[in-house]
Design a protein around this ligand. Structure first.
Ligand code: GDP
Ligand code: ZN
Length: 336
């Protein structure tokens, strides 16, 4: 179906209808709650949100269709919540536990839209084919620093390279490992169990990001041989059918931890940032920030620039300096 642009009035109308629907559901939640007793409160994990409908997984792994109590905010995929059962497979969410991290992305309206909470590992997938371009890794790393999530760089499709090419490819990225972003060379083709990747989750919730064609969907399929079963359990609980899976969903990994996935998460991109945020996005710059001769130093070619000096002494990799300078230019251009 061709996409139609909606007029402002239409958008407003749709928003009003959705707000009305949401408050109806929330009002239902209040009524249901009045009949519950507090002792029944349980902890759970939001595995997917679909409008006002949420699926909460309990400690035994069973899925419950929940609505949210009014005024507690909007839980998203990955949220740890308190919920009260009402009926064998339904419940009401009464509180959201504090989030450790929140991944958002700018929506069409320019407002940040939360995608997933409590992500503990960002897996940036690269491959020799298609070759990484446009400082994409650095942009993902800036996003990881902003959210406060540890990141690793998964170099997939190593089977495409002979020994010396492989060394060359990994050498190109060796400077990332030195500043705290480990490299994980892998070949899905040669290592169909992905044990080295599974180990990295270490009980955390991870997401895979990276440009198209690097192997993300193949890796996810391998990590989640029971994805269809998990989707089935979610669909059974919502009664909404299978389309719910286009929303960010938290899947259980049989090897421990969770994988959060959706098309939106996989194609996640760094949104607009300020210059100060850009600087903070390069952790190895931190010891040198504020030490340049000029307080507004752009770290391009100014005299007595502490960042350029650190680069000359080998404390900051040239590729990272170039990435910073290029991204700073983009920020300056969009500010003009
Ligand atoms: P996505 O766009 O990142 O989701 O990438 P896909 O998972 O669709 O993979 C793109 C192509 O790369 C597919 O043809 C995969 O079969 C292939 N591919 C994935 N992993 C490997 C690998 O380790 N080695 C090789 N040679 N090909 C791979
Ligand atoms: Zn400087």
């Amino acid at each position: 179906m061709p996409r139609r642009r909606l007029s402002e009035r239409q958008v407003e109308r749709i928003q009003r209808i959705q707000d009305r629907r949401r408050s109806k559901v929330e009002a239902r939640a209040e009524v249901a709650l009045a009949q519950l007793d507090d002792e029944a409160a349980r902890n759970g994990l939001v595995v997917v949100r679909h409008g006002a409908n949420l699926i909460v997984e309990d400690a035994e792994g069973a899925c419950h269709h929940c609505v949210t109590r009014q005024h507690i905010g909007h839980p998203v995929c990955g949220d740890q919540v308190i919920w009260q059962p009402c009926g064998p497979t339904a419940g009401v969410i009464t509180a959201i536990h504090p989030r450790t991290t929140l991944l958002s992305r700018p929506s069409a309206s320019g407002q940040d839209k939360p995608l997933a909470a409590n992500i503990g590992l960002l897996i940036i997938v690269v491959a020799p084919e298609p070759s990484p371009t446009g400082f994409l890794i650095d942009q993902y790393l800036i996003a990881a620093e902003r959210i406060g999530v540890p990141a690793l760089i998964l170099c997939n499709k190593m089977d495409l390279l002979d020994d010396s090419e492989r060394k060359g490819f990994l050498d190109r990225f060796a400077h990332y490992a030195k500043i705290g972003y480990p490299l994980l060379p892998l070949s899905l083709k040669h290592d169909p169990h992905l044990a080295p990747l599974r180990e990295r989750f270490n009980g955390r919730a991870g997401i895979l990001v990276g440009q198209s064609g690097v192997g993300k969907s193949s890796l996810i399929k391998t990590l989640l041989p029971d994805q269809e079963v998990q989707i089935g359990a979610i669909s059974d609980a919502t009664g909404l059918g299978r389309h719910t899976t286009s929303a960010a969903t938290s899947y259980r990994l049989d090897s421990g931890g969770r994988l959060i996935d959706s098309p939106g998460v996989r194609s996640f991109r760094l949104g607009p940032i300020t210059r100060a945020e850009l600087e903070q996005g390069f952790p190895e710059f931190r010891p040198f920030i504020g030490r340049c001769r000029f307080s507004n130093c752009q770290h391009q070619q100014e005299p007595d620039c502490a960042i350029l000096a650190a680069n000359a002494q080998g404390a900051i990799a040239t590729d990272r300096l170039l990435a910073f300078q290029q991204l700073a230019k983009t920020i300056r251009r969009s500010a003009e």
